[in-house]
Design a protein around this ligand. Structure first.
Ligand SMILES: C[S@@+](CC[C@H](N)C(=O)[O-])C[C@H]1O[C@@H](n2cnc3c(N)ncnc32)[C@H](O)[C@@H]1O
Length: 217
């Protein structure tokens, strides 16, 4: 990979990226988020993939209603649903969105929630003139930077340059009024390795679960 394509892939413009932009979230990432943030009420995972985030939410937030959707069919949740067209409200949205549409997903998630939005994004999402307005006009509460690299696999395949990419949880809170906070998540390397192996081994067929209730419209 040359320097330009490497740079593109870091900010989310890789030419080799599949249209579906499918990178399942390692379970440890969601577990770490839930240890730091509380999400009361309904939670929507609008691009659930194979349910990597939704399954942790069900386990760790058993009293919340979890709604799972995806535009594409990975055998989980309600499929064929374009989140950018959604017009109903949830209390919270938690997801790892397609990076090529990250700003659109953040704005739409904020418009469709009453409490919190948590997005797993590349840390460089903080930069950029085009996002200045987004950050200045929305209630970003905390950015949790993963110290050490979170390993994401594209369609179960390890990325050659994954060691170069830093990820963070970006958390917005409609009830927060103040400057954004910055915090760090230190991953235990052994936990991280076993979690990513677990995701790598996940097959959609093993995750076939009943469709979640509710409709986006
Ligand atoms: C980076 S993957 C993450 C999958 C899942 N959220 C996770 O954390 O494991 C992005 C997902 O967004 C879905 N997606 C892309 N565009 C979408 C859209 N407009 N509406 C809903 N889902 C979409 C893809 O099918 C893919 O499953």
């Amino acid at each position: 990979m040359n320097q330009i394509s490497q740079a593109h892939s870091i900010v989310g413009q890789s030419r080799g990226r599949p249209e579906t932009d499918f990178y399942p979230t390692p379970p440890v990432a969601t577990i770490e988020l839930l240890q730091r943030e509380r999400f009361d009420g309904t939670i929507c995972e609008p691009c659930c993939g194979t349910g990597a985030i939704s399954e942790i939410l069900k386990e760790k937030s058993p009293y919340s209603d979890i709604y799972s959707y995806d535009l594409n069919d990975y055998g989980y949740g309600e499929t064929g649903v374009d989140f950018l067209e959604a017009n109903r409200l949830w209390d919270n949205i938690i997801t790892n969105p397609p990076y090529s549409l990250a700003s659109e997903f953040v704005q739409q998630a904020l418009d469709r929630t009453t409490s919190k939005v948590a997005m797993l994004l590349k840390t460089v999402f903080l930069e950029g003139v085009s996002r200045y307005g987004l950050f200045k006009s929305t209630p970003l509460k905390t950015v949790y930077v993963f110290s050490g690299r979170l390993s994401l696999y594209r369609n179960g395949e390890k990325l050659a340059n994954q060691g170069m990419i830093s990820y963070s949880w970006f958390v917005w809170d409609h009830n927060y009024n103040g400057p954004p906070n910055l915090d760090w998540i230190l991953l235990d390397k052994n936990v991280q390795n076993s979690a990513t192996e677990q995701v790598k081994a996940m097959k959609a067929s093993e995750l076939l679960l009943p469709l979640c209730q509710g409709s986006l419209k």
